[in-house]
Design a protein around this ligand. Structure first.
Ligand SMILES: [Zn+2]
Length: 327
């Protein structure tokens, strides 16, 4: 379809993300000797990307949390004993300066003190006037506040054509119920990390529509954002688990067609749509590379392909980044 252009922009985009993460990592990895608690995160990020926040030096048993864009999210323990929060920056997030807040009770538990934690002043200051990344008002406030800048969106737009016969699916009365069920599975929070390392592609093939693309169907519907990655495939091509997890939903739905949702733990889920057939059952644990189904064109789809979505606490993020970085 729009393959060459999309592919090139994808490559440019991913190398940009790589550079941004590298720069952010260098900037934020200050030496440990400066503090008991070290918080590491990229303070510049794109909409639709994964904001990883690492907290080191918190006491075991602390249950830190954070708030970002009006929602509270947990930190989870990593294998190395640190705490990590993985937050999806919404794909439609407007560019600008934002803040996230380390939840106050968690900080107090972590430091074992009644006062504010002693956090260092980073050498680069803050992008937000009057807001120190390491605590509000000199570290005395309801919670330590951290600045993050969200860049302007760089995702492309595309026209999508759908056969007339498929358009009737958008009027199916079961759509709402299906959406609620799917959402309930994509927002599961379970304490154990089941995935290991980078994700692998669930299917090898060319990307026909990248995550974040603004699309409209048959030139007459409203613009919508594509919250996953489309991989072209011959009908029946094997779809493999990109990482270990537990199957939490299988079924057939009007728009999504045959669908599988995989829970990777700690609020990370992945979703597979338009399958021709499903090879797993709910409750089953799968390892990376294990067969979960076959690609097809069931539901609101015009040609055989796999729609692969990756969700953090119910927020869709760009799956491509998870192929290239270990979160
Ligand atoms: Zn798709």
């Amino acid at each position: 379809m729009r393959f060459p252009k999309t592919r090139r922009s994808l490559e440019i985009f991913t190398s940009f993300v790589a550079a941004a993460l590298l720069i952010a990592g260098i900037r934020l990895n200050f030496p440990k000797r400066h503090s008991a608690i070290a918080i590491t995160y990229p303070d510049i990020i794109e909409p639709g990307q994964t904001l990883r926040i690492l907290a080191r030096g918190l006491s075991p048993g602390a249950e830190p949390g954070l708030s970002f864009l009006g929602a509270a999210h947990p930190f989870y323990r990593t294998g190395g004993g640190d705490y990590r929060a993985l937050i999806g920056v919404p794909v439609d997030c407007k560019s600008g300066d934002y803040e996230w807040t380390l939840l106050d009770a968690a900080v107090r538990r972590a430091t074992g003190a009644s006062g504010s934690p002693q956090l260092p002043t980073p050498p680069w200051g803050s992008r937000v006037p009057g807001l120190s990344p390491w605590g509000s008002a000199g570290g005395r406030g309801p919670g330590s506040r951290f600045a993050v800048y969200v860049r302007p969106s760089r995702y492309p737009s595309a026209e999508l054509s759908m056969p007339k016969g498929k358009m009737a699916l958008t009027q199916d009365p079961r759509i709402q119920e299906a959406a609620a069920l799917i959402r309930s599975k994509l927002t599961l929070e379970t304490a154990d990390q089941l995935w290991k390392g980078k994700f692998g592609a669930p299917l090898r093939g060319r990307l026909t529509e990248i995550y974040g693309t603004r699309r409209r169907v048959n030139r007459n519907a409203a613009w919508r954002i594509h919250r996953g990655q489309d991989i072209a495939a011959k009908a029946g091509s094997p779809v493999q688990a990109p990482n270990a997890g537990e199957i939490v939903l299988t079924g057939a739905f009007p728009l999504q067609g045959k669908l599988v949702i995989l829970n990777h733990g700690q609020g990370v889920s992945s979703l597979y749509m338009h399958l021709e057939s499903i090879a797993v059952r709910e409750g089953q644990r799968v390892e990376a590379g294990e067969l979960i189904g076959a690609a097809g064109t069931t539901g609101f789809s015009s040609a055989p392909h796999l729609h692969w979505g990756l969700y953090l606490h119910g927020e869709a993020v760009d799956p491509q980044t998870w192929l290239e970085f270990e979160f």
